[in-house]
Design a protein around this ligand. Sequence first.
Ligand SMILES: Cc1cc2nc3c(=O)[nH]c(=O)nc-3n(C[C@H](O)[C@H](O)[C@H](O)COP(=O)(O)OP(=O)(O)OC[C@H]3O[C@@H](n4cnc5c(N)ncnc54)[C@H](O)[C@@H]3O)c2cc1C
Length: 278
Amino acid sequence: MEELKGKRIDVLDKGFVELVDYMGSDELIVNAARVSYGGKKKNSDKSLIEYLIRNDHTSPFEMVEFIFRIKVPIFVARQIFRHRTASFNEISGRYTVYEEEFFVPKDYRKNTKKNRQSSEVIDILDENLIKEIKNSFKGSFALYKKLLDYGLARELARVVLPLSTYTLFYYKQDLKNLLHFLKLRLDYHAQKEIREVANAMLYFVKQVVPITWEAFEKYKLKKVEITEVDLQSLPKEKQNLLMAILEDLPNYLPSSTRKEELISQLDTLFGQDGGEAS
Ligand SMILES: Cc1cc2nc3c(=O)[nH]c(=O)nc-3n(C[C@H](O)[C@H](O)[C@H](O)COP(=O)(O)OP(=O)(O)OC[C@H]3O[C@@H](n4cnc5c(N)ncnc54)[C@H](O)[C@@H]3O)c2cc1C
């Protein structure tokens, strides 16, 4: 595992995600959790982690921490910085001169009509437009240099640089909140570029805490939520059919805790005694 430290995954044209350091493992999580029962081992590590994940018993996952060094364009960094539960240290454009490096997309996408957050690939973007994009980067950087040469402070000269300029920062987060980050940023609603960063982080998470990731994927990512509103929007006979299937489902589940959990969710959806939604 030591060889993971310092490993770098290239992302977003000229960027990367590097694992600087991490603390903890699946074993640390179960040891922390078992303190609740006086340290006694009642079940396997895997089933304990699955239980913790399913029941949102999240504090043991805060024992594990990851530190990444990340280089991405500013427009992606802005999205990453929204995650307040991470700690950051970013290169300063007041103390350093930016490199002439800009993110050039590999695929060009247009917005879709059905979802404002989605975009789809345009097969061919006019070559002239691509040239114009690159020229605008060149022009911005030339002006930046000109302003610096003129004697303008770095903190002001940078105002002419585009959002595709790369920034570099350290990112530290505990596993509980990193899983939350990954859930949001691996999702198809998230912008493709931040998904690429999340996937690189996931590469490391999978290796450091494989049991936790498997449980998180099984119980938190691969699931379907049905609300009362969803149910009521179905025609009556489909409502009844779906309710009958859901009410029967606990009878087929091997794990008693999973059964109890599902029954309690069904009680919330259908009312304490189950039965039809009106
Ligand atoms: C697909 C997508 C689209 C988005 N679009 C927009 C957009 O258009 N505009 C925009 O502004 N943002 C947008 N965001 C950002 C989003 O609103 C969140 O700010 C971001 O995802 C961070 O999530 P978070 O607060 O859950 O994470 P974190 O900041 O890491 O917090 C994790 C959890 O800790 C708790 N927490 C942390 N800090 C506080 C606090 N101060 N008060 C209360 N609880 C706290 C919350 O429970 C929170 O869920 C978008 C995010 C996604 C994934």
